[in-house]
Structures are given as C-alpha cells and as structure tokens.
Design a protein around this ligand. Structure first.
Ligand code: PEP
Ligand code: MN
Length: 368
C-alpha cells in the first residue's frame, strides 16, 4: 500500500491516446460562458489536449480578488464538454466542492497547492472520494515538503482512487527569482524515484508566473519524463480575472505543443546503449573518486579542529573562508563550472566541516 502501486497509467485515462503528449488546458478561472465556450472550442482543435481545466472556486491570497463564479461555471463546463468532447477538470478544496463537481459529471478533480498543504482538508476530501470512479490530480504543496505531497497522495490512494497523479507546480520562493514558484526539480525527481508507477504532470504556468517561460519549462519537464502538462489558456490573457500574466492563448498553446520534443526514457538501439553504459561507468568511477577526496578532506578538517582546540582558536575564521571562496570560485569557473553551483557546493562543504569541528571542539563538554 505504501508504494502507490496498481495505479492506472495516464495513457489509459483517455479513450483516445495517440502515444504523444497529454495536455490538460483551459483558463485559470471560468469567467463567463462565452470565455469557457471560446476556449474549449479552440482547444478541441489541438490533438494533444485531452481535458479542459477551469477554476470554479479560487483560493485567493487577498479577499478582494476574484474568487470564482461558483456552481454556474460548472453548467458552462458541462455544455463545453457536450460541444467539444473534452473531459473536464476542476479544482476542489472541500467536500462541498466535490459534491458539486460530481453532480455535474466532472471527470477529474485537482487539489490545489494550498489545499494540499493542509492534511485535514485533504483527508476530508479523501473520505468523500472513497470508491468514487474519478481521476484525482494532486498538486505539490506550497512549500518544498515532499512528505506532505506524498502524504496527500497516500490519503487519496487509500480511498481507492486508481486514476491518481501528482502535479508539479513549483514551490513558494523565499528569495527573489525569475519564476513565480521555484521548480525544485530535485523534488520531482525524488518523487518519481520513490514511486515509479505514479503518473506525474507538470504545470509550467504556475511555476512560471509569466507566459514567456512556459515553453522552456514545458520542455524541461518533458525531459524529466513527466507524463503530461497542465497549461493555462485564455482567449485574451491580458483581460483574465486571475493569473493574467501567465496565461497563453489556445493558438499559442498549439504552436508550443507542436514544438515540444517528447524524448524516450530509453532506447533499444544497441550502439546508444553501449555508449550510454560507457559514459555511466566513467561517471561512477569519478563519483567514487570524488567521495574519496571529500572523505580525505574531512579527515584533515578533524585534525585542524583538534589543533584549534589545543590552541584555543575559534572554529570560524572569516578571512580563511573568504579566501577559500575567492580562490575556489576562480579555479572552478576556469574549469567551466557555474558560479552558483560552486557557491552551493562550497557552502555545503563548509557547513559540514564546521559541524565536524564543533563536534570535536565541544567533546567532553557534557552536552550534545
Ligand atoms: C490553478 O491551477 O489555477 C491553481 C490555483 O493552482 P495552484 O494550486 O497550483 O496554485
Ligand atoms: Mn491559476
């Protein structure tokens, strides 16, 4: 049960599957009948688009913002499905929302980042979903907490949901970034490593916060083997009542998905496999050497700590640290490594060596 096994792969969620890209698209919010019908009509002409998404109830940061049209929007969506054949996906944040979504025959529901951040809300929805035959998409929580994301997936899995998928939409940034939400691709990779059978989509719109990054982020996600994309579209993005900056038109979406390359996870080509194997072996050997060097470095750090202790010198020597940063950045950059990467790496090594030195300096001081 823990391994989220037995889930239905995305390709079997839809009656028609051409083996290509799976896209769920539509406006951030359903705003009017005309807007929903116009978007759905245009999207139905894009073969990769399998479902129409629209927010009906919007969890907004500030109460004055547009909070969604409510139940009326579900009627528009129902009509859009009748006219286009697109499946319907809406966000739900409470059992009441779920009840209404089921009443209007919505095919998929998604739980948004804010809802996923609260296990009480997730459990209340999971309880109502027990034995319901509906697809459920689980966005990642607002902050980069993989366990919280997995916990939500497990709650829904335990309710018997078989068409279950994660949606990677990035994480709230605590530092200035170009994107609205930091992708933290490593969290997506770790989720996929732990649950290889869990379908995962990427929502580049909410990562980007800006329409100009959607193409780049979509390709990046596909290169990490996501099973599909959720992309916000609006007939007139500039006039959208929510998330105006990040929405693209259906016509732009058509061009964008046409340009995407869906690369294979692996290739049966023998020559490719051999070259890949050779390169991987080289990397394996280098990694072993790298760890060996790091271990040797840590041993020296321990010796230094003992020496500092004997001579009653503080652990952190600002000048030395500054020196290390400057000289290593210079050498590393000459070797073609990026400054940002070098900075992260050096900080990691430095904080580990401070931790080791603190252990040694405080040994026998009666606390841990
Ligand atoms: C959305 O998809 O419109 C939405 C609000 O998403 P998130 O929960 O990822 O912010
Ligand atoms: Mn949105």
């Amino acid at each position: 049960m823990q391994h989220l096994e037995g889930l239905i792969p995305i390709k079997d969620w839809f009656e028609v599957f051409d083996g290509g890209l799976t896209v769920i698209s539509g406006p951030c919010s359903a705003e009017s009948k005309e807007q929903v019908m116009e978007t759905a009509g245009a999207l139905s002409g894009i073969k990769q688009v399998k479902a129409l998404r629209a927010g009906i109830w919007k969890a907004r940061t500030r109460p004055e913002s547009f909070e969604g049209v409510g139940e009326e929007g579900l009627e528009w969506l129902q009509q859009a499905r009748q006219e286009t054949g697109l499946l319907l996906a809406v966000e739900i944040a409470s059992p009441g929302h779920l009840e209404l979504a089921l009443k209007y025959g919505v095919d998929m529901v998604w739980l948004g980042a804010r809802t996923i951040s609260n296990p009480f809300s997730v459990q209340a929805i999971a309880d109502k979903l027990r034995q319901k035959d509906i697809a459920v998409l689980v966005k990642n929580p607002v902050h980069p907490d993989l366990s919280l994301w997995i916990g939500a997936l497990e709650r829904l899995y335990h309710s018997g949901i078989k068409r279950l998928a994660g949606v990677h939409r990035g994480f709230y940034p605590c530092e200035p970034t170009s994107f609205r939400n930091i992708p933290h691709w490593e969290i997506l990779i770790e989720l996929k490593r732990r649950y290889p059978h869990l379908p995962v989509l990427c929502d580049p719109s909410h990562i980007a916060g800006d329409s100009s990054y959607i193409g780049y982020l979509s390709q990046k996600a596909l290169d990490l083997s996501v099973d599909g994309l959720m992309i916000e579209t609006h007939p007139q993005p500039a006039k959208a009542l929510s998330d105006a900056k990040q929405q693209i038109t259906p016509r732009e979406l058509k061009i964008l998905v046409g340009e995407m390359e869906k690369r294979h996870c692996s290739s049966e080509n023998a020559q490719f496999k051999n070259s890949l194997e050779t390169l991987r072996e080289k990397i394996d050997r280098l990694d072993t050497r790298m760890f060996d060097i790091l271990a040797q470095r840590m041993k020296l750090v321990k010796e230094i700590a003992k020496y500092k202790k004997q001579n009653q010198v503080t652990i952190l020597q600002m000048e030395r640290w500054q020196d290390i940063l400057t000289s290593r950045l210079e050498v590393g950059e000459k070797l073609g490594l990026s400054k940002k990467f070098l900075h992260h790496l050096l900080e990691l090594i430095h904080s580990e060596s401070i931790r080791k030195q603190t252990d040694i300096m405080n040994k026998n001081r009666g606390h841990d």
